[in-house]
Design a protein around this ligand. Structure first.
Ligand SMILES: NC(=O)c1ccc[n+]([C@@H]2O[C@H](COP(=O)([O-])OP(=O)(O)OC[C@H]3O[C@@H](n4cnc5c(N)ncnc54)[C@H](O)[C@@H]3O)[C@@H](O)[C@H]2O)c1
Ligand SMILES: [Zn+2]
Length: 368
């Protein structure tokens, strides 16, 4: 698919989500082409570039490309880490936008992982009732998951992602070269979501996930893998933007996973590590509840271990704490515990309130 800024080796995904046309460009060297890719739609306006302080050099490359394309650029650096998804940062960034004369016709450009993507996305969704958004994800997790689908949010002390909006990015530029500086633990965290897509889609995608060598592997092949995961999420969100049904399938491993993440005080495990354990619990529940062949849990465990993800639950995390945290999960209805189960890779079954004893067994099984 040709067009300004698109290179022959790129994978370009296009979808209409609600009333918004979303374009995702995946390949190498995209950071230097953000301006060329966005300029035809930007119409020479200004860009508020919000970036993670840890990716300042990448953000500098994006800023240069936007300026070269004729845009005025206002840059803002955000401290790394989840605490930046807060009202204080939202206020600081929106007031900066106002002082710098950013208007409704301008663009917010997010450069960073899911933290900056969610925060800058909510700035875009709320500033002057909404301005256009471009996502430039720089973590594997953001490339396959958070930059796609339009969920934006900040956290409250009472709960993660409790204040936010669904606001689709017009353009997502995924530059695999940006992963060169990403720490190994963060790369593994993103790979947990890649494994999730392999299980949800089955078939050839699962085969490639199962055979994937040590991370990151060949960048060209990784671009293809990332593109197929992003395409899976884009397809699901196109059919169910507001999580009435199908989109919930993307929570495979996240019900127990969030419980483990919260029970560890968000310090013990990264999100991807908790999801690694949560997926194994979901597969165990799929065995007891749906007759899934136990070989899939063993094969999934082998893949997760190969990529340095945990497959055994630490004794420091109590089952009761996990269960209590699952009840508080925003994604669980007040009355119901929603679980994503599998009949087989590629065959998803959404299940409400699996038997309590089976949930306890699935968590305890992680200690075996
Ligand atoms: N909106 C959604 O649909 C969605 C989905 C999943 C997760 N999330 C959110 O995403 C967040 C987690 O995202 P994340 O895992 O990308 O974490 P993150 O944004 O915190 O990034 C992880 C770490 O990597 C650093 N970093 C980022 N890119 C780098 C690079 N290229 N080189 C070196 N360092 C780099 C960051 O500074 C940070 O320290 C959470 O807040 C979560 O709630 C949102
Ligand atoms: Zn996740």
């Amino acid at each position: 698919m040709a067009g300004p800024g698109v290179s022959a080796a790129d994978r370009v995904l296009e979808a209409r989500i609600g009333a918004v046309d979303v374009r995702v460009v995946i390949g190498r060297g995209g950071v230097a082409r953000v301006g060329a890719l966005w300029a035809p739609e930007a119409g020479g306006a200004a860009a508020l570039l919000i970036h993670d302080a840890n990716v300042a050099p990448l953000a500098g490359g994006v800023a240069r490309s936007l300026k070269d394309a004729g845009l005025r650029v206002v840059s803002a650096s955000v401290p790394p880490g989840e605490p930046s998804k807060c009202f204080a940062e939202l206020e600081r960034l929106t007031r900066l936008a106002a002082r710098e004369g950013i208007r409704r016709t301008d663009t917010v450009v997010a450069v960073g992982g899911g933290v900056v993507g969610d925060l800058a996305g909510f700035v875009a969704a709320s500033y002057q009732r909404g301005v256009r958004l471009v996502q430039v994800p720089t973590t594997l997790l953001a490339m396959v998951d958070s930059a796609i689908g339009g969920k934006t949010a900040i956290d409250l002390p009472e709960g993660k992602n409790y204040v936010g909006a669904v606001w689709q990015p017009r353009l997502v530029v995924e530059d695999l070269d940006a992963l060169a500086t990403l720490p190994a633990r963060e790369l593994a965290c993103g790979f947990a979501e890649v494994v999730k897509y392999g299980l949800l889609e089955g078939g050839g995608l699962w085969d490639r996930v199962e055979e994937w060598p040590a991370l990151p592997g060949d960048p060209g092949a990784l671009a293809e893998l990332v593109a197929d995961c992003a395409a899976h999420k884009l397809r699901v969100v196109t059919q169910d933007e507001h999580e009435g049904g199908l989109r919930a399938s993307l929570n495979l491993g996240h019900t127990v996973g969030h419980g483990i993440e919260a029970a560890g005080g968000y310090r013990h495990h990264t999100h991807g590590e908790a999801i690694s354990l949560g997926m194994l619990a979901a597969l165990r529940l799929s065995e007891t509840g749906r007759g899934l062949d136990p070989e899939w849990r063993e094969r999934t465990r082998a893949v997760l271990e190969r990529h340095g993800l945990p497959t055994r639950l630490d004794a420091a995390i109590a089952t009761d704490d996990v269960l209590a945290a699952m009840g508080r999960d925003k994604k669980a209805d007040a009355a119901a515990l929603n679980m994503v189960l599998l009949d087989a890779p590629g065959a998803v079954a959404l299940r409400q309130n699996p038997p309590h004893a089976a949930v306890v067994d699935a968590i305890e099984e992680l200690r075996a």
